[in-house]
Design a protein around this ligand. Sequence first.
Ligand SMILES: Cc1cc2nc3c(=O)[nH]c(=O)nc-3n(C[C@H](O)[C@H](O)[C@H](O)COP(=O)(O)OP(=O)(O)OC[C@H]3O[C@@H](n4cnc5c(N)ncnc54)[C@H](O)[C@@H]3O)c2cc1C
Length: 418
Amino acid sequence: MHIVVIGAGIIGVTTAYFLRRDGHDVTVIERRSGVAQETSFANAGVMAPSYVAPWSQPGMPAKVFSYLLKAEAPVVFRPSLDPALWRWIARWLGECRLERFTRNKARMQRLAFYSQAELRALRELHKLDYEQTTGYLQLFRTHIEVERSAITRKMLTELGVEHRLLNTGEAHALEPALHGPTRLAGALHLPNDETGNCAFFAQQLKEIAIRDGVDFRFNVAAQSLRTELQRVTQLQTEAGVINGDAFVVAGGIDSVALLRPLGIRVPMQPVKGYSATASITAFDHAPYISVMDETYKVAITRMGKWLRIAGTAELGTRGMQLRDSALRTLLKVAQDWFPYAASYAKSRFWIGARPMLPDGPPVLGKTPISNLYVNTGHGSTGWVMSCGSARVVADVIAGRAPAIDLDGLTLDRYARSR
Ligand SMILES: Cc1cc2nc3c(=O)[nH]c(=O)nc-3n(C[C@H](O)[C@H](O)[C@H](O)COP(=O)(O)OP(=O)(O)OC[C@H]3O[C@@H](n4cnc5c(N)ncnc54)[C@H](O)[C@@H]3O)c2cc1C
């Protein structure tokens, strides 16, 4: 079959790779000049399947409300009159109930653990090096945060995920670069979680895919999908028409606009986040293990010679301008923990839009149109879910049973709830 994939973020690139591995002719349409130039570009790089959870969780609505007036808030909500935003919020509030959260989290983790295994297999097969590191340390500034982590620890125990609660001294012993004077009440260590540079990974996989025959067409924007008798026949692009036997929409947040004219409504909203990338100037003062500041929800990751500092979730605005107070928060947190590690004043800043569904899990596989498939809506955990999602979509297209149960990971959950 000739399959056209729209979008070359981490999701589109991994999808193209797995489809080619199944022997299909694959064409990837990407409006940018290369792969991973939008949300997959400078994310936090964390691959922590045990930490994967929906944004819709008990207590979150109150948290969002309490942050409304705080300058250094990790979550920002800017209300607008957009009806799609309010429909999304209504759905999201419903999904914050404990039983929904637990169900959605389990669905996401099923995919994330599978995905991690697929990524490790690819890494081994192709000897990929994408600045990966092992281990993840969640930092608690207060004893209340330590106490609250009991719920997470209980879940981790139930899942059989190795983890350990560390006291202040143990955390400093594990990561000596942590700045002593910054208040640390404890930390949660997850030794098997990983981090890595998502964009590097995507670039390397793209090279392998090209070598294997995938046709990447950059600087070409997909405009619309034409259908006849409930089948997509053509993709209209700025550069002309592209024919195919099947089509996969992997356009991140802009998947919504491509699917809507076909009557396929994906209730996705952009949840923006920021990162700063600073050159490491004192390697002894930079962390080896990736850390997450629980108070500010900011992750700090060593990526080769760079420190990546990422965080903030901002809902309700469409513009992609950098917001000064968010950037200040990132730098404050980095300087709190690793003040001498990097040249923070020369940081490169970035903003990305997480393609977020109200319940959390992405949508994978079939649509009501027989030869049209989706792989999108991965929210804040698209990197960790990428390889598994792509493999699942390739399985569905091939008519094979995926290795994981797809309940709650497909588009029809929204059709059911309408
Ligand atoms: C601050 C921040 C930190 C994050 N940290 C992590 C993390 O630590 N771990 C993790 O797992 N995830 C993380 N994420 C989430 C992760 O980055 C996303 O889930 C993931 O990048 C989504 O990938 P994607 O391929 O769906 O979207 P994108 O990377 O946005 O790719 C979509 C592509 O489709 C193209 N496209 C769209 N429409 C068209 C069109 N009409 N024609 C042609 N091309 C089109 C776009 O140009 C783009 O290249 C983070 C996100 C942010 C913002």
